[in-house]
Design a protein around this ligand. Structure first.
Ligand code: ACO
Length: 381
């Protein structure tokens, strides 16, 4: 007898490969990149070092790190043709559309975008990784009728992004917070955008196509957009004193509290713990605590109401507040997420390609067959 077909809607709990990149223990609030805890990486690493770790599988030596930082840095400036292309985009464009289009266009300015050699593929990925912050910052300046600010070789990835966005050298604490935020968003196992990159990689497509697939998938509100929604909620509530009323009403109307709940974490998201601590320090250094305090009040109220359920704050409950305090426009939050996640996408694509099998699932056909073709003139309507 034929086995009954099982449809794994949403591919929940379907394993598509073995991986040594990222481990999440959602019951124990643990997240590891290549075996290193996210707490250690946030405290001791930099985004560049973390990207190296994710892509190459081990922590770099001093010289390897220096070389990798130089590779990223030397890729940060944009070809005049690409900048010209970004200048031609409508200033009303969504920055995620700009990033997706510009990353795709990078292939046009690469004399040999397609290669099957792993080291050359990594080179292409580093090129994209280096240019992503410049693309995002340049578009933001152009839409505000300001000239793009060129990258600076003396700044790390996070600090240079803030510098290109604002035109000012960032305060060292702001740069540190940005750097940690990039580390926290760099990788998160087989989520929708990483799977999308993996599917594209499995066809042996080039790195530009792979990363462009990831950006397109991350763009959706069910994936990359939750931090914007969480910030909007905090801004609408506007004052810690109004948090309890908001949460009571929202939960009473069966609405979701943005920045709460997670498919994998059934306890504290460890990234939330790190970001909340940094966010508190950032807000107090800037003397702008109202937004942060409102987020805390919403969190405390929601935790009281949801006590006993597996719904806890996730990374997005504070990432929006942190990015806002760093003066990053709200519609750049998802592009910033993408600019960091390029590291994880690359690591997974390379890992998959090392033991490649074309991804080709099946759909259970439930339509009709053998219908007689009806000539156009004979059809009703
Ligand atoms: N607020 C209130 N109730 C919630 C929340 C929330 N944020 N999240 C889940 N629930 C409730 C649901 O209403 C549902 O209740 P019911 O059983 O009475 O209908 C129950 O918890 C289970 O919900 P599911 O959607 O099945 O849980 P899942 O684990 O699949 O959801 C998700 C995860 C989609 C993230 C969800 O928690 C959510 O929508 N959260 C708000 C959006 C958000 O913060 N997303 C960011 C995630 S982190 C990231 O992507 C980087």
């Amino acid at each position: 007898m034929k086995e009954p077909v099982v449809i794994h809607k949403g591919l929940d709990n379907v394993y598509v490969k073995e991986s040594k990149i990222c481990f999440i223990d959602g019951e124990a609030s643990k997240l590891f990149y290549r075996g290193y805890s996210i707490e250690d990486l946030a405290e001791h690493s930099t985004f560049e070092e973390t990207a190296y770790l994710l892509i190459y599988g081990s922590l770099p030596s001093k010289q390897q790190l220096k070389d990798f930082e130089n590779r990223i840095q030397s890729n940060r400036s944009l070809e005049p043709e690409l900048l010209q292309l970004i200048r031609s985009f409508p200033i009303t464009s969504d920055p995620m559309d700009v990033l997706r289009t510009a990353v795709s266009a990078l292939a046009l300015y690469d004399p040999q975008p397609t290669t099957e050699k792993i080291e050359e593929r990594i080179d292409k990925a580093v090129r994209i990784l280096g240019k992503a912050p410049t693309i995002i910052a340049a578009f933001d300046r152009l839409r505000n009728r300001k000239e793009p600010v060129p990258p600076r070789p003396d700044l790390g990835h996070a600090a240079d992004f803030l510098q290109m966005l604002t035109g000012e050298t960032p305060d060292s604490y702001d740069a540190h917070v940005m750097d940690v935020a990039l580390i926290l968003h760099a990788e998160h196992e087989m989520n929708a955008s990483t799977f999308s990159c993996t599917v594209t990689a499995s066809t042996l497509a080039d790195m530009y196509s792979i990363i462009t697939s990831g950006i397109g998938t991350l763009r959706g509100p069910l994936h990359g957009g939750a931090n914007e929604a969480a910030l909007r909620t905090v801004m609408e509530v506007g004052d810690p004193a109004r948090a309890e009323d908001y949460v009571t009403k929202a939960l009473g109307e069966k609405k979701r509290i943005m920045g709460f709940g997670h498919r994998v974490y059934k306890t504290w998201d460890p990234r939330y713990v790190i970001l909340k601590k940094l966010g508190a320090e950032l807000a107090s250094r800037k003397g702008e605590t109202k937004l942060f305090d409102t987020a805390v009040a919403i969190e405390q109220s929601a935790l009281r109401h949801l006590a006993g359920s597996p719904i806890f704050p996730n990374v997005d409950s504070y990432s929006g507040v942190v990015f806002h305090t760093l003066r990053i426009p709200t519609d750049l939050f998802t592009p910033v997420f993408a600019m960091s996640r390029i590291a994880g996408w690359t690591a997974h694509a390379i890992e998959y390609l090392e033991a490649n099998r074309l991804i080709r699932p099946k759909a259970l056909y439930v339509g009709q067959t053998s219908l007689p073709y009806i000539a156009l003139d004979s059809r009703a309507g």
